[in-house]
Design a protein around this ligand. Structure first.
Ligand code: HEC
Ligand code: HEC
Ligand code: HEC
Ligand code: HEC
Ligand code: HEC
Length: 253
């Protein structure tokens, strides 16, 4: 699985694209759009060193994604939590479970949570948990999490309903065509900012519970109430002035 993203994908195609220049850009984009190996990636579900189950932690226990993926809203890169984050709970919950053996060795404790020693009175160091990366953009692609989350795009639009996954898999292709489909019509995905981390968000319900008036007359007319989810997406787009770019330099720098 180590070469799931073969090295050749890294720089060669971009160099070719740059050489072809503006003239060839349209053609290249066309090939990329249809030619990216989507089938290979969707469904990719590597085995992880600890069977961490999002459906237990998020689906059943209602944890917020940001408790563990704490960088996403502030940084370009998302992060996977350190063992200490897990230990906050698992010091108390299911402490001796065989399923948590990897966590105990990362924290350098035995099954009874007694710190491990080398025999000469020195505490041992833990071995970090080697999570296997599932989503990885090629090096020549610039991507930024916070730029999306702070503009009303939810994790679900790009990663699927992770809260129900017993084991994370690649739900969307993350191909260039996929990025562009949304950049061309983001209104299908936009949500009010306070709903970005709400996994049960339903625009129809939201509009029943909240009155949204088009004060600027951007979509349905000045002072009119917005009632349809479709109008709502378009309204958010116009109201915030959301205009995702499609130029090559946006994602290839
Ligand atoms: C209790 C901690 C915890 C919470 C809460 C949590 N995650 Fe995770 N997440 C992890 C860990 C650990 C991994 C790495 C292991 C794996 O892939 O299952 C991970 C992996 C992922 C990955 C795959 C990362 C990669 O390698 O590409 C995605 C996507 C993800 N989580 C999204 C979410 C979303 C969306 C939520 C909220 C609905 C969420 N997570 C909530 C701990 C958490
Ligand atoms: C907010 C508290 C909390 C955090 C943080 C947390 N867990 Fe859990 N975890 C739970 C609860 C609650 C259960 C369900 C226990 C049960 O079934 O009774 C659980 C169950 C598990 C299980 C299944 C254990 C078994 O024997 O069935 C594993 C494995 C696990 N967690 C791994 C992790 C890992 C790895 C992390 C860090 C990425 C983590 N957890 C972070 C609360 C937490
Ligand atoms: C607009 C699409 C998009 C949204 C929204 C999004 N992601 Fe991602 N995510 C990606 C892409 C693309 C990658 C691969 C990025 C890379 O390799 O630099 C990724 C990678 C990740 C990773 C792996 C990072 C690592 O270093 O191991 C995690 C974890 C993750 N996302 C969690 C989340 C969570 C949690 C949310 C919501 C709070 C979220 N993502 C929202 C597209 C998205
Ligand atoms: C579900 C919708 C959606 C998807 C999928 C998506 N984007 Fe975006 N993207 C947006 C929106 C909305 C913005 C914000 C535009 C604005 O601020 O006007 C944005 C902005 C950006 C920006 C500009 C950020 C900045 O720093 O100004 C980059 C770069 C970007 N996206 C790259 C990507 C890449 C690469 C992918 C695919 C891996 C991707 N996007 C997939 C909706 C999406
Ligand atoms: C919204 C972000 C975005 C924009 C805008 C964008 N690309 Fe891409 N491009 C990507 C992503 C993501 C990939 C990686 C696809 C993959 O890994 O499946 C990619 C891959 C490529 C590749 C490699 C082809 C391949 O199949 O591996 C070329 C060549 C390319 N882009 C050229 C361009 C050109 C030329 C433009 C301008 C017309 C452009 N891109 C605009 C996101 C973008």
């Amino acid at each position: 699985m180590a070469n799931f993203f073969p090295r050749w994908t890294n720089l060669l195609p971009l160099k070719v694209a740059v050489c072809l220049g503006a003239l060839g850009a349209g053609v290249v984009a066309g090939i990329t759009y249809y030619g990216t190996p989507k089938a290979q990636r969707v469904g990719y579900q590597p085995t992880q060193p600890i069977h961490f189950d999002h459906s237990i932690h998020v689906g059943q226990n209602g944890m917020d994604c940001r408790y563990c993926h704490s960088f996403v809203e502030h940084s370009g890169h998302a992060n996977v939590p350190t063992a200490n984050t897990c230990w906050n709970c698992h010091e108390h919950v299911k402490k001796g479970s065989p399923k948590l053996a990897g966590l105990r060795s990362a924290m350098a404790v035995d099954d009874n949570h007694v710190p491990l020693e080398d025999g000469a009175g020195n505490f041992l160091e833990g071995e970090p948990i080697e999570w296997v990366r599932v989503h990885k953009a090629p090096d020549y692609v610039y991507f930024n999490h916070s730029a999306h989350l702070n503009r009303g795009i939810s994790c679900i639009s790009c990663h699927g309903d992770v809260q129900n996954m017993e084991k994370v898999y690649h739900a969307e292709s993350h191909s260039m065509g996929w990025c562009l489909d949304c950049h061309r019509a983001p209104e299908k995905h936009l949500r009010p900012l306070e709903e970005v981390y709400n996994l049960d968000y339903d625009p129809t319900e939201y509009l029943k519970e909240n009155t949204v008036i088009d004060t600027e007359g951007l979509i349905v007319g000045k002072g009119e109430q917005i009632k349809e989810p479709e109008q709502f997406g378009k309204f958010l787009r116009a109201h915030w002035g959301v205009q995702p770019k499609e130029s090559c330099a946006t994602c290839h720098r």
